[in-house]
Design a protein around this ligand. Structure first.
Ligand code: MN
Length: 421
């Protein structure tokens, strides 16, 4: 597959990641700070509010592109998403009409600021990666209890916080919490000493479901507006003490970073792959009528101590045992309604090898095997000042569909307030 040709030269670079076949969606501003919707194309972002003003893009009876979030467009529904995509492909393709006007709506990506692309109304985090679940289970409960008894029968997850979802580039403060070491008689109050990242994908729900109505997987897939990279920052020491019996709470509540670009579901349709072979048959409501996994190459880079960037993990979203449509089908089984702006995290995506593990907890095996980085630096967990960078792309050397980056730097914990002494 080659990129669909565009009159924007940089969009035709097979390795560029932002061809006409992607049209990743973001919210951007320039120096005046005015937020509006745009799509990435080559080295540019196309200002959709300007196209709308010029009468070249009209999805609704009123302007929807001069907003600070994509939720308004999402709420118009999948037929309008398709209409927008077809129109943009027409305006950016070879032999396009209105080219001078479209050219005036192009802004160089190098000079813009990117914001959280949508208002996150809800956040659920699943645990759909088998290698991660087995690795963590082995460390926390031993190899014989690695996978919980329910794991092979349903995608398990927990309801997270929408309030702490932040956009790539926003720094993250090391959290305080209750920590209890194995040899401590009682917990202590401390900044987390085992602060970590989790390499995940996120699905952005663009179409709601009704209360009380379970959604089949095929329908669930059509509710997805697009996908983002997601870093579910995690404090492992806080988690170890608090997680039984109700699951993680404060350990996962500090921050969740997402990439500024939402890659449309339509752009990833050619990269659907079957989920891994089932070890036990699933109940019929989790059946996949066609391949619903996603072939997306993922990598994690670490900049430790302001030093050089090192790739510490490479994996693929196809490792997820449960697809997003299965996660959503299970989520709605109880009648739980999904909302426009709902964010569904996949859970950490680790591969089968050491080099493909998606968290520091796994990469350093709980601190027993610290990572050795150039310059004699070692890391078991994240230190203050460390920066974590996720990158992801579907496709190959002929045609890359990029997610861009999801990055975040760890800031020191706040100073202990007097009332915590
Ligand atoms: Mn997570």
């Amino acid at each position: 597959m080659q990129p669909t040709p565009s009159w924007i030269e940089s969009a035709n670079d097979p390795a560029g990641g932002f061809p006409l076949d992607n049209l990743a969606m973001g919210v951007f501003s320039e120096t005046d700070g005015r937020k509006r919707l745009g799509v990435a194309i080559g080295d540019f972002v196309l200002d959709l509010s300007r196209l709308e003003e010029e009468g070249l893009l009209a999805l609704a009876g009123e302007p929807v592109m001069n907003r600070g979030a994509w939720n308004g467009v999402m709420a118009l529904g999948p037929a309008k998403w398709d209409e927008m995509r077809a129109r943009l492909r027409e305006l950016l393709g070879e032999g396009a009409p209105h080219r001078p006007a479209v050219e005036r709506a192009l802004v160089r990506r190098a000079g813009i600021r990117l914001h959280l692309p949508f208002d996150v109304t809800e956040f659920t985090d699943f645990y759909a990666g088998r290698h991660h679940a087995e690795n963590v289970g082995t460390m926390f409960r031993g190899p014989e209890n690695a996978l919980p008894p329910n794991w092979l029968h349903m995608p398990i997850g927990y309801n997270g916080r929408a309030s702490s979802v932040i956009v790539s580039g926003t720094p993250v403060r090391r959290p305080w919490g209750q920590i209890k070491g194995r040899d401590f008689a009682a917990p202590i109050l401390s900044p987390s000493r085992r602060f970590d990242f989790e390499l995940e994908m996120g699905a952005v729900i663009g179409r709601p479901s009704r209360p009380g109505e379970p959604v089949p997987t095929e329908e669930a897939e059509r509710m997805i507006f697009g996908y983002v990279l997601l870093n579910d920052w995690s404090a492992r020491d806080i988690q170890a003490w608090e997680y039984q019996p109700l699951g993680p709470f404060q350990a996962k509540a500090t921050a969740t970073s997402i990439s500024p670009w939402i890659v449309p579901r339509a752009a990833l349709a050619p990269f659907r792959v079957p989920t891994p072979p089932r070890e036990v048959p699933l109940l019929p409501y989790l059946a996949e009528p066609h391949p619903m996994g996603l072939d997306i190459a993922l990598e994690v880079a670490l900049v430790a101590d302001g030093g050089e960037e090192v790739i510490i993990s490479r994996t693929n979203a196809r490792e997820l045992y449960y697809s997003f449509p299965q996660q959503i089908a299970h989520h709605t089984l109880s009648g739980c309604p999904m909302r426009v702006g709902d964010l569904v995290g996949s859970g950490t995506i680790s591969g089968p090898t050491r080099e493909s593990r998606g968290s520091m907890l796994e990469l350093s095996w709980g601190g027993a095997e610290p990572l050795e980085l150039p310059g004699g630096i070692t890391r078991s967990f994240l230190e203050d000042g460390d920066e974590v960078i996720f990158r992801g792309a579907a496709g190959g050397p002929d045609l890359a569909i990029s997610f861009g980056e999801c990055r975040g730097r760890v800031l020191p914990a706040i100073e202990k307030p007097f009332w915590m002494e």
